[in-house]
Unconditional design. Structure first.
Length: 87
C-alpha cells in the first residue's frame, strides 16, 4: 500500500522523473558516453565516485535512490550539455 501511495505522489514530478531517467539512460548507453560524463563531472568538480542508478518504476525506494544519486551529479549533467551536443 505504501508503494502505491508514493507512486501516486510521484505523479506530481513526472516530468522531472522522465528527464532524469532519460539522462541516466543516455549516459549509461555506451562506454564513450560514460567517459565523457566522467570528464564532465571532473571539470564541474563533482566529488562523487559511485555509479548512476536507474530506478525500477514500480519500486518507489529505487526512484528515491535514483534521484538522490542524480542530484549529486547535477553539475556534471549541466556541464555535459557543453561537452556532448547530442545530450
Amino acid at each position: 500500500i505504501l508503494n502505491l501511495i508514493v507512486q501516486d505522489g510521484l505523479k506530481v514530478i513526472v516530468s522531472s522523473l522522465h528527464k532524469t531517467r532519460e539522462s541516466i539512460k543516455y549516459v549509461t548507453a555506451s562506454e564513450s558516453r560514460e567517459i565523457t560524463f566522467k570528464r564532465s563531472c571532473e571539470s564541474a568538480r563533482v566529488d562523487e565516485e559511485r555509479e548512476l542508478i536507474l530506478d525500477v518504476p514500480t519500486r518507489w525506494n529505487s526512484t528515491y535512490k535514483m534521484l538522490e544519486r542524480a542530484l549529486k551529479y547535477r553539475a556534471g549533467f549541466s556541464n555535459l550539455k557543453t561537452l556532448d551536443k547530442n545530450f
